[in-house]
Design a protein around this ligand. Sequence first.
Ligand code: MG
Length: 183
Amino acid sequence: MKDPVPCNLVEKAAREALENRGVYVKDIAQIVYDMQAKYSDNLTMEDCIESADAVLCKREIQHAILVGIELDQLAEKNMLSEPLQSLVDTDEGLFGVDETIALGSVFGFGSIAVTTFGYLDKEKVGIIKELDTQKEKVHTFLDDLVCSIAASASARLAHRMRDREENRKNDEIKKREDEELIG
Ligand code: MG
């Protein structure tokens, strides 16, 4: 059996892949802020950055990022075989695998993540809109991945804010967070 790939290498590669494609944690955090600000008067950008960053610690999301961005980049270099090359390159409306991969990684964050993903996929706010309109690049998978990370971070934050409102002790919140970050 081959040696398993160390987690830290996967996480580093996923974070770098996002940045190389022009997506930064602060861009995702801005979407999270816009999604959650109406539900909490005390929400700060720091909360949103922390939540987006925590979501990027999840293996399922890292794997989705690596697969999706790789396919976008291969399509940009014309390296996929037909008809997949054309389907990815033209962001064919009925293709749907881009949404499926991204949606698959939000389930760990519950129903708020799923419904927020659907909303962001339709409305394409902030950096998602920018990616969608940069026609010289292929962002067929990346726009959905950003929806996924932002949706998961929004859901995570919604639960965290409730924990805070209920004055849960910090060690209790930390315990829940550690549990969430498994996988
Ligand atoms: Mg897409």
